[in-house]
Design a protein around this ligand. Sequence first.
Ligand code: HEC
Length: 148
Amino acid sequence: MNLTRFNLAAAASIAGFVGVLSLSFVSSEARAHGDVTPQAVDVSKLPPLKESTNKNPYVGNADAIKIGASAYGQNCARCHGLGAVSGGIAPDLRLLPTDAATDEYFKGKVQSGAIRNGVTYMPSFKDVFKEEAIWAIRSFIVSVHTED
Ligand code: HEC
């Protein structure tokens, strides 16, 4: 076998392989940002709510913060930013007040989304999240609260 030819062929196939790798990397990145399918959240580790409430029942609960962080990453980060640090297309949720009135506002907003004149600025999560999931995300956001 002609060694030079072999090396060229090997180099070409390695280059091709690397090309495929970087292509698939790019497309999975694109999907991570463009995925509009809301992801259900497993809340089986959290104390179940006996009834619906407008006040976060999980404030400071470490499990809730962890589950909420993951649920936030899958459902909210693409608009509100990784770690709730907004890149500008949606409000920075770290700035939301941490009081009970804002608990109620938060729950309402996540359930109804922001849809005006037929344009969806934020989807409704009413049919995707159990209320426990909303409070887990609220707990995560309160845990990263900042005043400025
Ligand atoms: C498709 C982008 C998008 C996604 C996904 C999204 N949001 Fe939003 N969200 C927005 C926009 C845009 C606004 C501003 C709404 C408006 O213009 O009325 C907003 C507003 C809010 C507000 C009100 C903020 C304020 O300062 O009054 C809350 C709370 C909120 N979102 C929470 C969430 C949570 C929690 C999730 C994930 C479960 C989420 N959003 C997913 C785009 C998004």
